[in-house]
Design a protein around this ligand. Structure first.
Ligand code: URA
Length: 240
């Protein structure tokens, strides 16, 4: 038996707190009866309905994808472009998984997909923002001052970015490009590209190497694998 708001969060309805609000405001029925009080526990035999829609409960699955370029990070695309979820479906994954966070259409690299809505919500919550490492190929020759700016914070949409780590990997003076490793904890929209825009070194190519404790470790572009149990445990621990 588990608390109703936890079951709702795990099914991806909303965060636990938002689920509590839905319960309190009469949006949720258990076995045909509207419940508004907190603390109710339900088992897998109870039928939970939110705004008339039965809760879809299935065993949790966790996949790690090396996202290729020209793929949308979403479950569905109105323009019919290939999505990260399509990649898993094409290989026979039957569960309804969702990406945790997003990578731009042209960004490659590590992406977590799961049907564990609660873990996904937690990992994406600013309070738990996990560490992410990116490799950025940028225009121009990045110097020490640029790296320092990235570390201490640059202004993005009127707000300073939080402390980050930055390291120059290599420069190409002929092509006037640099390769920079950047580690951030936040997940603002287009964050890395906007950070490099702020120091006047626009991103040419972006790849995400690590996500929290996870790395690609041999996964080729377009390949994915299931997380091991201890990796799932680790993710749960860091987002507690
Ligand atoms: N920051 C970006 O600008 N793009 C991404 O895809 C990820 C982080």
């Amino acid at each position: 038996m588990e608390r109703l708001q936890k079951v709702m969060a795990e099914a991806g309805v909303a965060s636990r707190r938002a689920s509590e609000k839905l319960i309190a405001s009469g949006h949720v029925q258990v076995n045909g009866k509207t419940v508004t009080e907190m603390g109710i526990k339900v088992s897998e035999h109870d039928e939970v309905v939110v705004d008339g829609v039965p809760l879809h409960r299935e065993a949790h699955v966790y996949y790690l994808l090396n996202k290729p370029r020209s793929v949308i990070t979403s479950a569905h695309d109105d323009k019919g472009r290939r999505t990260v979820v399509d990649i898993l479906k094409e290989e026979g994954v039957a569960e309804r998984v969702y990406p945790v966070g997003r990578l731009d259409y042209d960004t490659t690299g590590i992406l977590l997909l799961t049907n564990d809505g609660e873990l996904a919500n937690r990992l994406m919550h600013p309070k738990f923002e996990v560490e992410k490492t990116y490799i950025a190929k940028v225009r121009g020759i990045v110097n020490n001052n640029d790296l320092k700016q990235l570390r201490i914070g640059v202004e993005v949409n009127g707000r300073l970015t939080k402390k980050a780590k930055s390291r120059l990997i290599e420069t190409d003076h002929k092509k006037q490009t640099s390769l920079v490793k950047l580690t951030i904890h936040e997940g603002r929209y287009h964050q890395v590209k906007l950070m490099f825009d702020a120091i006047h070194h626009p991103v040419i190519k972006l790849h995400r190497e690590t996500y929290g404790p996870l790395d690609l470790n041999g996964l080729q572009s377009g390949e994915f694998r299931e997380l091991k149990q201890d990796e799932v445990k680790l993710l749960k621990r860091i987002s507690k």
